[in-house]
Design a protein around this ligand. Structure first.
Ligand code: SDX
Length: 429
């Protein structure tokens, strides 16, 4: 098949031919890799029109509101799969059969403990340290425990690291919460499922053994699943860029956690809850919507808008259904925050400003309400997001490292001073 080409015409020189490449789904890309040799760079702050890599893991169609993990729609995974099965899918390229699933669950279960010295590490944080600060530190420090398996060129080292991270993130997350709550750490229990184990480490105490409510465990597993991966978002791109220097995977994931923390990204779920609390009553919604539309007011409606989705975020739809069922099963009727959230969504979706800018609820809009119903404190919301997203980060890291890659080194448009010489300080005005 003849290669498609784009023709770039620039003043004073022959047109520049640029190859056009097609993927399995989605937009074609114009390969500008060779543009540097013609003394031009592309300029795209925020990468609004830039494909940074080739990937087979996740596909998003922002206009149609489609999200596929290795080809499987997120709605079908949410309905028929669970988080660990989705982890297997993201890491290995297809869903496991029954035996592979059991084996994978056993591998993850037997890696959930962390080295005891992590407890001393955690004790060094202030009593009220934000759990995301602790997660950044703790995950970055994990590389100091596994010097025997940090050869990134070794597929076995890459896979054992992926297993360790998926297995240990809930343990570390629960330790951050316990440190914050001033309670003793709970150890993982091998007879519990992934989400159930996490909730037991979060809310259990050595004083009594209480069964984890299966409704909450299922909702927790769904939250992890819906956050598992999302193509080349800011934190995943951070992990890839850090990994492109050959840095060890634990420090790359720590970099991803740091990027996720921002309120424009994974920090939005905490900000949504804080915003709903600040709104306080349905009657105050209009004033907040007015502020969100005011160019001179930095306030944005948290949980709305997305760089890619210009339609409903499919995860938000699943999350909204889960909200209704989890709250109903918990007997939390007319949760005031859920009422405000639903009314806010309705008003925003009828308002021309949001309609014209295609601002729809995203994954963070309803997730906080479910997490609050489970009993998760708002400071832990982004930690939950990071725990679920770890498999996506490590799958993208591994995909990059196992294929040919170059160190990421963007250039710039320089608009600073021309070359000039130093004036001796005695002569400076
Ligand atoms: C996540 O990338 C991913 O995939 C991320 C994520 C993942 O799974 O990894 O999906 C998770 O991060 C979801 C997004 C969570 N963030 C929030 O909910 C914070 C609130 N949303 C916004 O900050 C914003 O919508 C972003 C950051 C999400 C997207 O910003 P963009 O794509 O850079 O769009 P933009 O800021 O250029 O906004 C376009 C216009 C602007 O108006 P104009 O300058 O064109 O007049 O829409 C306006 C913005 O002012 N706008 C909003 C708005 N979001 C965008 N106005 C009010 N409220 C908002 N929430």
């Amino acid at each position: 098949m003849t290669e498609k080409k784009a023709l770039l015409t620039v003043p004073g020189r022959e047109p520049i031919e640029l190859p056009i490449r097609s993927g399995t789904l989605g937009q074609d890309v114009i390969d500008v890799g060779g543009l540097g040799s013609f003394d031009y760079f592309t300029f795209d702050p925020g990468f609004t029109s830039t494909a940074s890599c080739e990937s087979k893991i996740t596909y998003i169609d922002g206009d149609q509101g489609i999200l596929l993990h290795r080809g499987y729609p997120i709605e079908e995974l949410a309905e028929n799969s669970d988080y660990l099965e989705t982890c297997y899918l993201l890491l290995n390229g297809d869903l496991p059969n029954a035996m592979q699933k059991k084996e994978f669950e056993n591998i993850i279960t037997t890696h959930t403990m962390v080295n005891r010295s992590i407890e001393q590490f955690m004790s060094g944080f202030r009593y009220d340290a934000h759990p995301m600060a602790m997660m950044c530190g703790a995950v970055g420090a994990m590389s100091s425990f596994y010097h025997d398996s940090l050869d990134i060129t070794d597929p076995h080292h890459r896979m054992i690291t992926a297993h360790r991270l998926i297995a240990k993130m809930p343990t570390l997350a629960a330790m951050c919460y316990k440190h914050y709550a001033g309670q003793p750490y709970m150890y993982p229990r091998n007879n519990l499922g992934y989400a159930e184990n996490f909730l037991n480490m979060m809310f259990g105490t050595p004083c009594e053994t209480r069964d984890v409510n299966p409704v909450l465990a299922k909702a927790m597993d769904l939250l992890f699943l819906l956050h598992a991966d999302h193509e080349q978002n800011a934190s995943t791109s951070t992990v890839r860029l850090a990994g492109s220097s050959g840095a060890n995977p634990f420090s790359c994931i720590a970099a991803g956690i740091a990027a996720l923390w921002g309120p424009s990204h994974g920090g939005a779920n905490q900000a949504v809850l804080e915003m709903l609390n600040e709104i306080g009553d349905v009657k105050n919604i209009d004033s907040f919507v007015k502020r969100a539309k005011d160019k001179n007011d930095p306030f944005r409606l948290m949980g709305f808008g997305h760089r890619v989705y210009k339609n409903f975020d499919p995860r938000a739809k699943v999350m909204k259904q889960a909200c209704d069922s989890v709250l109903a099963e918990l007997g939390i009727d007319n949760d005031p925050l859920l009422k405000i959230a639903k009314r806010l969504e309705q008003i925003a979706l009828e308002d021309d400003y949001f309609v014209s800018k295609k601002l729809y609820p995203n994954v963070d809009f309803y997730s906080g309400i479910i997490m609050k119903a489970i009993g998760i404190p708002t400071e832990m919301f982004t930690v939950i997001f990071a725990t679920g997203r770890t498999v996506g980060w490590i799958a993208h890291w591994s995909e990059m490292i196992s294929n040919s890659y170059k160190i990421g080194r963007p250039r710039q448009l320089y608009t600073g001073e021309q070359r000039r010489s130093i004036v001796p300080i005695k002569k400076r005005k």
